[in-house]
Design a protein around this ligand. Structure first.
Ligand code: AVJ
Ligand code: FE
Length: 359
């Protein structure tokens, strides 16, 4: 299924029908992945790096219950067990296959029950009454984006299981570099659905730099592999030499750019290019996530909202930031200010790279 090209929610107002449509759109993407699967495929621990798919499904429902039914709606918990079972900080991914999880049938019934209650609650809520959680539908947007992000995590699991062998459909056609002139630009977002880690928007002075118009292709990466680098998992460079290379870790991306006599863009450089020379650059979104050289950290004046476990818990020098969005990422998530992050050795994500260089 291809992502819907949806009109963004207007910053000045939000209608209940927009919110319902966004919730339904996220659910369609989840169901599109999971409906064709057997119970065995849904409950299997495919990799220590990924949850069993049925965990992601019930976790999506639990997050929606927690934020919309309980926090906003004041309802009581559906089951006291779920707060532990489906808390991503309570059990690492490699242990989730051994937990007493809901069966696929029970998980489906749970997410359906939560969604029906949410649709009943929405007409009672005021989205411009001064509550920052509700303002312009923020908390609904958060629940929608959470489900869409877990859909991508589930797509990674399916790719690892060999059940959803997919890759970027795009072919790289651009070549050469763009010089981005030095000077200030605004890093971050004022979009009402932006995450806390995209805020506050602030002016940053970025010295001039060069950035490639195109992503690194399988064909280009093949020369690096011939020179001794490890081949990415599941790689077949002969099949699609002009497609962007994917399943590249930060460490490999960093090694590639050095080998090529270049470097990765920093996060501010990537965002400045996306905001000021987008027309010159190919595949800013919709192909593969693009590694930057930046660690994941808060912008100056960062304040966790509405919970520290989304972003702040990962700040520091463990995680590197990726920008853009993959062939799977929904347009609702793949905005130019959106920040993704992962550990530098991870390859299961749909990640590639774009080179940069000093002027
Ligand atoms: C932004 C993709 C790194 O999967 O850990 C899902 C998204 N946060 N549930 C993750 C997320 C909470 C997050 N990433
Ligand atoms: Fe989650």
């Amino acid at each position: 299924m291809s992502p819907r090209s949806c009109s963004p929610v207007s910053p000045s107002s939000v209608s209940r029908s927009d919110l319902v449509a966004a919730l339904e759109h996220a659910r369609e993407r989840t169901e599109g992945l999971l409906d064709p699967l057997s119970d065995e495929q849904l409950t299997r621990q495919v990799s220590p790096l990924q949850s069993p798919l049925v965990w992601d499904l019930a976790h999506i429902g639990h997050f929606e219950e927690l934020w919309l039914l309980r926090r906003v709606g004041g309802r009581s918990a559906v089951s006291p067990k779920f707060d532990d079972l489906y808390d991503s900080f309570a059990h690492p991914r490699d242990e989730r296959g051994r937990l007493p999880l809901l069966s696929p049938e029970a998980a489906r019934a749970y997410v359906r029950e939560v969604r029906e209650a949410v649709l009943g609650l929405l007409p009672e809520l005021s989205f411009n009454g001064g509550d920052p959680l509700l303002e312009r539908g923020f908390v609904v947007g958060m629940v929608v984006q959470h489900e869409l992000q877990h859909a991508e995590t589930m797509a990674q699991t399916l790719a690892l299981a060999g059940l959803h062998a997919r890759e970027p459909q795009q072919e790289v056609t651009a070549s050469g570099e763009v010089v981005v002139p030095g000077g200030p630009f605004t890093l971050g977002s004022t979009d009402p659905w932006a995450y806390d880690n995209e805020r506050p928007a602030h002016v940053v002075d970025v010295p001039p730099f060069r950035i490639d118009r195109a992503l690194v292709t399988n064909g280009e990466y093949a020369a690096f592999v011939e020179d001794g680098a490890a081949a990415p998992p599941g790689w077949d460079p002969v099949a699609r030499p002009h497609a962007p290379v994917q399943h590249i870790s930060f460490d490999e991306a960093d090694a590639y750019v050095r080998w090529a006599g270049k470097r990765l863009p920093t996060e501010p450089e990537w965002e400045k290019a996306a905001k000021t020379v987008a027309g010159e650059l190919e595949h800013l979104t919709g192909a593969v996530w693009q590694w930057t050289s930046s660690f994941f950290d808060g912008y100056p004046g960062f304040s966790a909202f509405p919970y520290a476990e989304y972003s702040e818990a990962f700040f520091g020098s463990d995680y590197r930031v990726l920008r853009g969005g993959s062939w799977f990422t929904d347009p609702l998530v793949a905005r130019p200010t959106f920040r993704n992050w992962d550990l530098p050795q991870r390859q299961q994500i749909f990640s590639g790279l774009r080179c940069a260089r000093d002027v």
